[in-house]
Design a protein around this ligand. Structure first.
Ligand code: UTP
Length: 225
């Protein structure tokens, strides 16, 4: 059976608390696709991670510890989502390897972060590579990859498709110029390139996107391939 990985951005699952209505609707949406594929879902830290990390950063807490705190936040969000999702794991795996093992048992496996030094986007691409998934949906709060930050620049243009190398150049440019808001981190893009995983960057709250991507290969966001 085909495998799909979803990197569920923390910002769509947790903004000032958990977005429970979204979680309910998201679960209904992917349950409809259960016969078609199995799912690895990697959940981000959202406002929970951000509030702890930014407060502690003010007190010069070590970055490695901040990452550990972020990882714990992602795992809390993952556990919250799995409690909405029948036929998923109730123990959150702490490695990609364990998540891959869980996928032998459950049609849906939910996890958060793994180790300091990267984000859940990287975990999602590593999981996709490990289980041979050829589709990774990066469900974010922005509806695709733009030439510039659409919130700041009125001339920003959405790019319907990009090659891996074009995406890597753009992420590099953005990570130098505009702070941490890159559409996907560089490690994740490099892993996707080597494993030839199609990356769909799209608005995670737009529920029709999941079916359109998985069943028809179509997105209103951006395809990186
Ligand atoms: P996220 O994956 O949510 O980070 O993990 P992000 O992409 O910066 O956040 P959003 O999606 O834009 O809101 C939260 C934090 O947890 C740590 C990092 O500090 C990260 O910023 N983390 C997460 C790790 O260190 N390792 C992991 O595997 C995952």
């Amino acid at each position: 059976m085909e495998s799909v990985v979803i990197s569920l951005g923390g910002s769509i699952i947790s903004t000032n608390g958990l977005n429970l209505k979204f979680m309910e609707e998201f679960v209904q949406t992917i349950k409809k696709l259960e016969k078609r594929c199995r799912f690895g879902i990697v959940v981000g830290g959202g406002s929970l991670a951000r509030s702890y990390i930014s407060a502690l950063r003010e007190y010069h807490v070590n970055d490695n510890i901040l990452d550990e705190i972020g990882i714990n936040a992602t795992r809390m969000n993952a556990l919250a989502l799995s409690s909405f999702l029948p036929d998923s794991n109730s123990k959150i795996p702490s490695t990609v390897n364990d998540a891959a093992e869980f996928l032998r048992i459950y049609p849906f496996v939910v996890m958060g972060g793994t180790e300091p030094g990267h984000t859940t986007d990287t975990v999602a691409t590593l999981l996709a590579e490990r289980i041979g998934a050829k589709i990774l949906i990066n469900a974010t709060s922005v509806d695709g990859v733009y030439t510039d930050d659409p919130k700041k620049s009125p001339n920003a243009r959405k790019l319907p498709s990009l090659s891996y190398d074009e995406a890597i150049s753009l992420a590099l440019e953005k990570s130098i110029g505009a702070g941490p808001n890159v559409f996907m981190d560089l490690t994740a893009l490099n892993i996707a390139k080597r494993a030839k995983i199609k990356l769909y960057v799209t608005d995670g709250k737009e529920l029709t996107e999941y079916e359109n991507i998985i069943l028809r290969g179509k997105t209103s966001g951006t395809l990186i391939s």
